[in-house]
Design a protein around this ligand. Structure first.
Ligand code: G3P
Length: 219
């Protein structure tokens, strides 16, 4: 099933009660459309949002449980209700070793992993570690309002080709600048198994209308 992942990042419109309202809207539209919509909030909001919508953490650390302080553990994200996590987002990059151990840890907990990559070559490298998803996101288009599926379709098709050659089990999604249903439709046409969006939804005057439009692109 194709997905839309909505990353709330650290936008002021996506924190606390405002995040709960966005999750309520997304939950209603996920249900009425029968689509898989996932919200990725800050870790502190996972528990409250998970009542209304499927959630992924924005990041998890690879630190062990026990006597250490300040980390976001996969176990904690799961306990709060998350079903998976982003790893290595362009705005929260980690080492290759941490990517590998993060995927292993999430998989062992029965959670999904979505590893972000900036190039098809990195996408193929991370596919060796068997994440659930690779998300191809060219950093220069993030937050631009110019969709990767229109501005750089080759990066999407090349990533899909290279990832599937390494590991056909890994699903490839794309993000950066995705703002409309048409952007989603083009992404799916290119072979993407979903789309990631942030600013167009979180910062919208009417997030419900934006999400309805994005979901329309899945059909
Ligand atoms: O995680 C998704 C994100 O990086 C894309 O951001 O604002 O271009 O939709 P945006």
């Amino acid at each position: 099933m194709v997905i839309i992942l909505l990353n709330l990042k650290a936008y002021e419109q996506g924190i606390g009660e405002k995040a709960e309202e966005l999750a309520r809207i997304a939950g209603e539209l996920a249900e009425s459309s029968g689509s898989r919509i996932i919200i990725s909030p800050q870790a502190t909001d996972i528990a409250s949002l998970s009542k209304n919508i499927e959630t992924f953490s924005q990041h998890v650390d690879s630190s062990p449980m026990g006597a250490q302080t300040g980390s976001i553990l996969p176990e904690s994200a799961k306990a709060a209700g998350a079903t998976g996590s982003l790893l290595n987002h362009a705005e929260r990059q980690i080492s290759e070793e941490e990517i590998k151990s993060g995927i292993e840890r999430l998989t062992a907990l029965g959670m999904e992993s979505m590893v972000c990559a900036s190039t098809p070559e990195l996408a193929a490298k991370y596919a060796e570690y068997n994440p659930t998803y690779i998300a191809i996101e060219p950093p220069e288009l993030i937050g631009s309002g110019i969709s990767v599926s229109t501005a750089n379709p080759d990066i999407v098709t090349n990533s899909i080709e290279q990832v599937k050659a390494v590991n056909p089990n890994v699903k490839v999604v794309c993000g950066a600048g995705i703002s409309t249903g048409e952007d989603v439709r083009k992404a799916i046409e290119l072979g993407s198994e979903g789309a990631l969006a942030a600013s167009a939804f979180v910062k919208a005057e009417n997030p419900r209308a934006v999400l309805e439009d994005l979901i329309g692109g899945l059909k």
